[in-house]
Design a protein around this ligand. Structure first.
Ligand code: SF4
Ligand code: SF4
Length: 434
C-alpha cells in the first residue's frame, strides 16, 4: 500500500535535458585528486608517499573509527599529497595521482555472496570504501551493521527527486541487475521481511528495465511512486512506503527501516561479488548553462572543470555551478574541485529569476508550512533565527529541517529560508559543544 508524505512540492524537473543524447560517456582524466575526507566521520590518513606508483583500486588512505578507505581511481604516480579545494568549500588533504593510462588494477577476487558470512560481507563493503552515494556519504558497513536484526523493511531509493539529476536513472537504465544483486546481498545480511525498490513514475525507461530483471529476484518488490519532491528524503520515502513516521531526531532504524541509495547497492554488489573498490560512479552534468547536458561514468577525483569541458563548456551567461541539485546542492566557487563518492551531479545554471529578494518580507501566507515535509513552521524558524533565539528554534525542531528547500520554493516573499535554517542549525551545534 502506498501512502502520501506530508507537504512537498512540484518543481519543474528538467530531467529530459540529460537523458536525450546517449546513455552515458566514460571520462578518463589525466590526473585525479582523491580527498582523504569523502564520508561522514574521521578522515583517512595517507597510506602512500609522493613518488609511489599506484594501481587502480589500491587503497591509498584509511583510518580508524567511523572511517572507510579511499582508493586510487587510476593507475599512475602520486605527485602530491596536499590540501586541495573540496566541494564542501574547505581545503582538504588530498592525494594527487598522474594517470599512466595503463589502468593496471589491483588483483580482484570474484566471490559468491551466498557463500560468505555476514562479517565477511560487511568487511568487503568497508574495504571497498563504500559510502551512501545519494549525497549522505555515511559509511555503508556501519549503516548496515546498525540495521542488523533491527529492520523489517529494506528500501532501495531510486527516487532521485531533485530536478535535473538523472545519474541513478542512468544506472537503472543501463545496469539494473547490479542494483538488484546489491539488494539481494543486503537482504541476506539484514534478513528483513520486505525488500522494496522505490522509483518515481517519471522514470519509465528505468522502470521497464527493472521489470525485465525482476523475475530473477522474487524477494524484491518494485514500488512506483507518484513524483513529488522531496520523496527521495529518507523519512519521506519511509512514510510513503510504509505509513510509518520517523520521530523527530530519530533515524530510520527507529521504525525498523533501512534505506540505501541505488548507486550504493550497485557498489555493494561490485565490492562483494567482484572484489572492486569504489573508484567510479555516474555523474549528471546538466542545467541551462551547459552546452550539452549528459551523464558520465566518472573516476572519483576527476575535476569538475574537465566534466564541464566534456559537456561542451559553460554558456557566457552562467551564474552558478552547483555540486548536487538546485534544491539542496552546494554552490561552487572553484571548478578544480574533484568528483567525490557522493557527487551525483554538477549543475550549471543561469541567473535565478526566483532567487531571494533584496528586501524579503513575510506576508504570513502560510504556504511554507503547507510545503514543509517535516511539519515544521518555517516562518517562525526564520523569525527566531533573525532574533538569535536558539531556545525557540530548538523547541520548534529546527534540527529536524532536512534543508530540502520546499519552503523557499513556495515563499512569495522570497525569504532566504534554507540559508537561515542552515545557520541556525550550525549555531545550535556550536552552542551544544560549548
Ligand atoms: S511562505 Fe514566505 S511569506 Fe508565506 S508565511 Fe512562509 S515565510 Fe512568510
Ligand atoms: S527546508 Fe526545512 S523548513 Fe524548509 S521545507 Fe524543507 S524541511 Fe521544512
Amino acid at each position: 500500500m502506498k501512502h502520501l508524505f506530508f507537504g512537498g512540492i512540484h518543481p519543474k524537473y528538467n530531467k529530459e535535458m540529460s537523458t536525450g543524447i546517449c546513455k552515458y560517456t566514460e571520462i578518463i582524466p589525466a590526473q585525479v585528486v582523491v580527498p582523504l575526507q569523502q564520508h561522514i566521520g574521521a578522515p583517512c590518513k595517507p597510506l602512500v608517499n609522493v613518488g609511489d606508483t599506484v594501481l587502480r583500486g589500491q587503497k591509498i588512505g584509511d583510518g580508524e573509527g567511523l572511517c572507510v578507505p579511499v582508493h586510487a581511481s587510476v593507475s599512475g604516480v602520486v605527485t602530491a599529497i596536499e590540501k586541495r579545494p573540496h566541494p564542501s568549500g574547505q581545503m582538504v588533504l588530498s592525494i594527487v595521482i598522474e594517470n599512466d593510462y595503463k589502468d593496471t588494477t589491483v588483483p580482484m577476487k570474484e566471490r559468491l555472496a551466498d557463500q560468505m558470512s555476514h562479517d565477511e560481507i560487511l568487511g568487503a563493503i568497508r574495504e571497498a570504501g563504500i559510502v551512501g552515494m545519494g549525497g549522505a556519504a555515511f559509511p555503508g558497513n556501519v549503516k548496515a551493521l546498525s540495521a542488523m536484526k533491527n529492520v523489517d523493511t529494506l528500501i532501495a531509493n531510486a527516487c532521485e527527486c531533485e530536478p535535473y539529476i538523472t545519474a541513478d536513472d542512468t544506472l537503472l537504465r543501463t545496469t539494473p541487475d547490479h542494483v538488484l544483486r546489491g539488494m539481494k546481498i543486503l537482504h541476506q545480511v539484514l534478513q528483513p521481511k520486505r525488500v522494496v525498490l522505490a522509483v518515481e513514475d517519471n522514470k519509465q525507461a528505468a522502470i521497464e528495465m527493472v521489470k525485465k530483471h525482476l523475475p530473477d529476484f522474487p524477494e524484491i518488490e518494485l514500488q512506483v511512486l507518484p513524483t513529488r519532491y522531496p520523496q527521495g528524503a529518507e523519512k519521506q520515502l519511509i512514510q510513503a512506503l510504509t505509513g510509518r513516521e520517523v520521530p523527530p531526531g530519530k533515524l530510520p532504524v527507529s521504525v525498523n527501516c533501512a534505506v540505501f541509495n541505488v548507486s550504493t547497492y550497485a557498489a555493494i554488489y561490485k565490492a562483494v561479488c567482484l572484489g572492486m573498490p569504489l573508484t567510479q560512479r555516474f555523474v549528471t552534468v546538466s542545467g541551462e548553462a551547459i552546452e550539452c547536458p549528459q551523464n558520465f561514468v566518472v573516476r572519483i577525483g576527476t575535476p569538475f572543470e574537465q566534466l564541464i569541458k566534456e559537456a561542451g563548456g559553460l554558456n557566457d551567461l552562467t551564474e552558478r555551478v552547483i555540486s548536487g541539485g538546485p534544491m539542496m546542492g552546494i554552490a561552487q566557487s572553484d571548478l578544480s574541485v574533484p568528483v567525490l563518492k557522493a557527487t551525483n551531479s554538477i549543475l550549471c545554471l543561469l541567473k535565478d529569476k526566483n532567487g531571494a529578494a533584496e528586501n524579503p518580507v513575510c506576508i504570513r501566507c502560510g504556504k511554507c508550512v503547507d510545503a514543509c515535509p517535516m511539519k515544521l513552521q518555517p516562518l517562525y524558524l526564520y523569525r527566531y533565527q533573525k532574533a538569535g533565539n536558539l531556545k525557540e528554534l530548538e523547541r520548534l525542531n529546527v534540527m529536524d529541517c532536512i534543508e530540502c528547500g520546499s519552503c523557499a520554493f513556495t515563499c512569495p516573499g522570497k525569504l532566504p529560508l534554507v540559508e537561515k535554517f542552515r545557520i541556525a542549525k550550525k549555531e545550535i551545534r556550536e552552542a551544544g559543544k560549548k
